[in-house]
Design a protein around this ligand. Sequence first.
Ligand code: SAM
Length: 237
Amino acid sequence: MNNSDEVDDGIDSANAAWAFDMVPERFESHIRRSVPYYDDGQSLVARLSDFFLPEGALAYDVGSTTGSLARQILERHPDKRFSIVGIDRVPGMVEYAASRVRDPRASFICADALQFDYDRSHLFLLYYTLQFIHPSVRADLLRKIYEKLHWGGGLLLFEKVRAPDARFQDYLSQVYLDFKLENRFTPAQVIAKQRSLKGNLEPFSENGNLTLLAEAGFSDIVTVFKWVCFQGWLAIK
Ligand SMILES: C[S@@+](CC[C@H](N)C(=O)[O-])C[C@H]1O[C@@H](n2cnc3c(N)ncnc32)[C@H](O)[C@@H]1O
């Protein structure tokens, strides 16, 4: 039975109260049905990691949640010597990721991405994470990432994005609404999710994201993924 805070089976979230403290397995099924091409985007990130993992490299997955992205990257490079560190501020997700990704090259740390003391790295991943970082400090995180990247290192940034004007935003939102309904969310769940994300998920436009990347120091940037209101970029230092 639906209650007004139910956003999915087994996930409830009140108005403006979205958090990632749900059962990890529920998160995985929820995000697959919520984010178009979620698995394909992770495979694409893994493919692109080929260019940024020299022997002994260090990669960070910022907002690693269940560790599924780190796992894809490790599985793509079974014989390569490198480390990947997942950072997430939700203890239950960090424990789950550590229990699921049993590879000595991986570690998962419970920390605030903004406070964490990163080592110099070859690759940073922000896979649908930056949109959950408050706009007032988003630029700080990107500046920190740019500073900690080796010259030639890469940032893969995937985000939900807003359209450049109201008409396009209306069209794109409606297409995305259809996607969610086709993915078996009820109208009540879609509304509950939209209400719960208020103040928690704040998408910028493509231009807004490009401006942030440029202000952080990146000048070599290419779009690697786009579906309606979801976009991925590769930025190289
Ligand atoms: C939508 S999920 C990211 C999805 C994930 N990258 C994947 O591949 O499935 C956003 C994650 O970012 C984490 N997060 C948000 N703000 C954070 C912060 N300031 N520090 C660390 N983790 C943060 C959340 O806890 C959540 O697990």
